[in-house]
Design a protein around this ligand. Structure first.
Ligand SMILES: Cc1cc2nc3c(=O)[nH]c(=O)nc-3n(C[C@H](O)[C@H](O)[C@H](O)COP(=O)(O)OP(=O)(O)OC[C@H]3O[C@@H](n4cnc5c(N)ncnc54)[C@H](O)[C@@H]3O)c2cc1C
Length: 300
């Protein structure tokens, strides 16, 4: 769907249609929207209150939201909130729960019998340890080798569950019976987060260095839920955060030395400018881009 088509949809009606819709993930996980507060226009409205006259120069909500995101004026995004219900394997949840700014209520395996479902890997889904980075993966085992691991996984899950059930049936307390359940066991939680901190979660967990499993959850939350509820903020997040590039002082030095040899002209710049800036007499974002290119020595 194009950005214009997305904008034509009423986020509030689209959000209502999403409520409780389960987006399946992995083999037995899901995320679903339970509730939300706010909208792009409510975020812009909050910004206009807090920044007062300074925002009058920015005429539309879209321009204002993009400005806020670009300049990391974050508090207006805290005015919006999203509450999700998620079902996640415990090893993925262990990464997820490190994000301390959300409010969480998790299924209790002290109180209730553990969810009888575990994350399983298909024959062709066993990832190989990467040689370039100690915590990533690169490529897959051939399915004919993977099938033995999938078979062992199935037997192991069955044995772990049978032991757990045996303890429960013998009257052992649930809080103790659970101790040998595998990390692949699913847990469920309500997870509520304001939009600023949710974007922080997405920027770390939609990113390629994060583990594949949590990337699936984060990408689904971003693309299927946040894009629908907050289309302008989400697009600004993609442009200025997730898909942006952080340049260190050292990176900048190298670029400056490389590019400084043949800097481009203003004419070159205008020819290759972003299509959204074309035809605009004044454009703050274009000015900011021009300034960055000058700082890097790419533009005269
Ligand atoms: C690819 C990747 C690899 C990782 N590897 C490891 C690992 O090997 N070992 C490990 O332990 N963790 C690891 N982590 C987890 C990581 O260190 C963070 O704990 C996690 O990403 C949460 O980030 P956060 O603290 O910024 O987020 P949140 O907890 O959501 O916090 C959001 C922001 O709020 C502020 N904040 C929240 N709480 C505090 C506080 N108490 N004091 C000050 N500021 C606060 C900070 O500005 C923070 O950035 C990894 C994460 C990623 C994405």
């Amino acid at each position: 769907m194009s950005a214009d088509e997305q904008r034509a949809i009423d986020p509030s009606a689209a959000g209502e249609a999403l409520r409780w819709k389960k987006f399946p993930l992995l083999n037995d996980g899901f995320v679903c929207l339970v509730d939300w507060m706010g909208s792009d226009s409510a975020i812009a409205q909050a910004a206009r209150v807090s920044y007062g006259a300074g925002t009058r120069a920015i005429s539309t909500d879209e321009a204002l939201l993009r400005y806020l995101m670009r300049h990391r004026h974050t508090t207006p995004f805290e005015m919006a909130e999203v509450k999700l219900l998620v079902r996640v394997p415990m090893d993925t949840w262990r990464q997820w729960i490190r994000h301390r700014t959300a409010s969480v209520n998790e299924y209790s395996t002290r109180y209730s019998v553990a969810i009888d479902a575990a994350y399983t890997i298909e024959n062709d889904g066993w990832r190989i340890q990467t040689a370039s980075n100690r915590q990533g993966s690169d490529g897959f085992l051939p399915p004919e080798r993977g099938s033995a691991f999938s078979e062992e996984e199935r037997a192991f899950h069955e044995a772990a569950r049978a032991l757990y059930q045996k303890r429960i049936d013998a009257g052992i307390a649930r809080e103790q019976a659970r101790k040998d359940l595998p990390l692949s066991t699913y847990t469920e939680a309500y997870w509520k987060c304001d939009l600023h901190n949710l974007f922080h979660f997405l920027s770390l967990r939609m990113e390629s260095h994060a583990q594949w499993e949590i990337v699936q959850y984060a990408t689904t939350i971003g693309e299927k839920i946040i894009r629908v509820l907050f289309p302008v903020s989400y697009e600004a997040f993609l442009d200025y955060n997730l898909n942006s590039l952080h340049l260190t002082a050292l990176d900048q030095g190298v670029i400056r030395r490389l590019a400084g040899r043949t800097p481009a002209t203003e004419e070159d710049f205008l020819q290759v400018q972003d299509p959204r800036w074309q035809g605009l007499e004044r454009c703050r974002e274009r000015d900011e881009c021009r300034q960055k290119l000058r700082t890097l020595g790419i533009l005269k």
